[in-house]
Design a protein around this ligand. Structure first.
Ligand SMILES: Cc1ncc(COP(=O)(O)O)c(C=O)c1O
Length: 451
């Protein structure tokens, strides 16, 4: 059988959804200040806002939930979680958090000295904001090919190693507090990072005594790409590949709402005992006791199963394959998208689809609103609204929740985008009427620019 038709699960529980009438969608969108974060999920038909915490759990995860141990300290669920994270990452010191940004906050407040640089292939929005909140300066080093959305080059999430080397030589290692490698690289269209690149960055970090941390939300998807594309890895399991990635770093932060297949959760893990002791102290202040870190025992239990399931080859083949299928369908219909697709989302190039809307009129926001009006689909702007003037592209990200939607749902997304492309000149730009700062996109309000 053609492997593109192989689905490694069937549906056991269903959640009703419905498409509200167009007139209602217009009213709801206006009330929401043309910001899709302000919509109620009951008013959304297909929700592609994020793949974070929106996945469907397996029967094994639900069974684990029933065995969750809610002891305040030293729970069985924590022991299971610790053993799982230790096995996958190899890091000896592990602290759970309620989600990824809490891990960032705890790590950065203990490991970063204000005033220093923190370098990345590309920072995710909350990670960048946490670096800034600590008084440090985030700098991105994407590879030049990543800026070409049509280049076929694999691993466009890589860090530009030459630029990194020059920066370290110019500013000196003492001025750099940390390197954070985001795998896969969410704000760079979810592109994967090769093992060769992780190794090269690690060599530079080690040679200069700069700590290297992996932002590991989507490490399993990243390992799948390494297995598919990088020579020498086809026979290795995703777990073996992830272990090799982590072996090259000093620690990691992870939102387990992605490749932990959980609806909530995260962690930080590291090798340095002294840093761990400081982070543990901080964790108690802001998250909770080190054996629960802001999570219920049942959450830790579900994650212990989910972190392993996310590394299963059949699961990953289906997951990355579904995203690729959507990307190929859209590309085949002439919708401009970032190519090749990454592991968790398809990024539609709103700048290209709506060439009459300049970046300062937020073409991504305009397209995301049009998609909601057309078919009740919610997507996420990753462009000028989210990243301000730093935005290199005007994307609308169609993030695919894990194990949630079928091909029929995604076919509805394709149809809606084809219809929008057919009447693109009717779509107007947006004006920002409220919202500021690096996280403004969550709460901002817009209005359409009338002719
Ligand atoms: C690459 C990356 N890092 C960090 C985070 C933050 O994780 P959380 O939403 O769990 O706080 C995200 C969330 O989407 C992400 O994609």
């Amino acid at each position: 059988m053609d492997s593109s038709w192989y689905k490694p699960f069937k549906i056991k529980v269903v959640e009703p959804i419905r498409l509200i009438p167009r007139a209602e969608r217009e009213r709801k969108l206006k009330e929401a200040g043309y910001n899709l974060f302000n919509l109620r999920s009951a008013d959304i038909y297909i929700d592609l806002l994020t793949d974070s915490g929106t996945g469907a759990m397996s029967q094994a995860q639900w069974a684990a939930i029933m065995e969750g141990d809610e002891a305040y300290a030293g729970s069985r669920s924590f022991a299971l979680f610790h053993e799982t994270v230790r096995e996958i990452t190899g890091f000896p010191y592990i602290l759970p958090t309620h989600q990824g940004r809490a891990a960032e906050h705890v790590l950065f407040s203990c490991a970063l000295e204000p005033g220093k640089y923190v370098l990345s292939n590309t920072f995710f929005d909350t990670t960048r904001a946490n670096v800034i909140a600590r008084g440090c300066r985030p700098v991105d080093f994407p590879i030049p090919e990543a800026l070409d959305p049509e280049s076929d080059r694999p691993f466009k999430g890589n860090m530009d190693v030459d630029a990194l080397r020059s920066f370290v030589a110019e500013k000196r290692a003492e001025a750099i507090a940390m390197i954070v490698l985001t795998i896969t690289n969410n704000t760079m269209a979810g592109q994967p990072v090769s093992l060769a690149n992780v190794r090269a960055v690690s060599e530079i970090a080690r040679a200069h005594g700069i700590p290297l941390f992996v932002d590991a939300c989507r490490h399993a998807e990243n390992s799948f790409f390494i297995r598919e594309w990088e020579s020498g890895y086809a026979e290795k399991s995703p777990l073996e590949i992830s272990r090799e990635v982590f072996s090259l770093a000093d620690g990691c932060i992870m939102s387990a709402k992605k490749d932990g297949l959980g609806n909530i959760g995260g962690f930080l893990a590291m090798r340095d005992e002294a840093l761990f002791v400081r982070c543990r102290e901080r964790l108690i202040l802001v998250e909770g006791f080190p054996t629960y870190g802001g999570l219920a025992g049942r959450d830790l239990a579900a994650l212990s199963v989910g972190l392993r399931e996310a590394l299963e080859i059949d699961y990953l083949r289906d997951r990355v394959g579904q995203v690729r299928w959507l990307a190929e369908r859209l590309r085949g219909e002439g919708i401009p998208i970032y190519w090749p697709p990454g592991g968790h989302a398809v990024y539609v190039d709103a700048g290209k689809l709506l060439p009459h809307v300049p970046p300062y009129q937020f073409p991504g926001q305009a397209l995301a609103c049009a998609l909601y009006l057309e078919a009740g689909i919610r997507a996420c702007e990753v462009g000028a609204a989210m990243l301000g003037e730093e935005a290199r592209f005007q994307f609308v990200r169609l993030a695919i929740p894990r194990r949630v939607y079928t091909r029929e749902h995604l076919e509805a997304v394709v149809t809606a985008l084809i219809r929008i492309a057919g009447k693109r000149e009717e779509i107007q730009g947006m004006r920002l009427v409220a919202g500021e700062g690096p996280l403004r996109h969550f709460l901002a309000r817009f209005e359409p620019i009338e002719d």
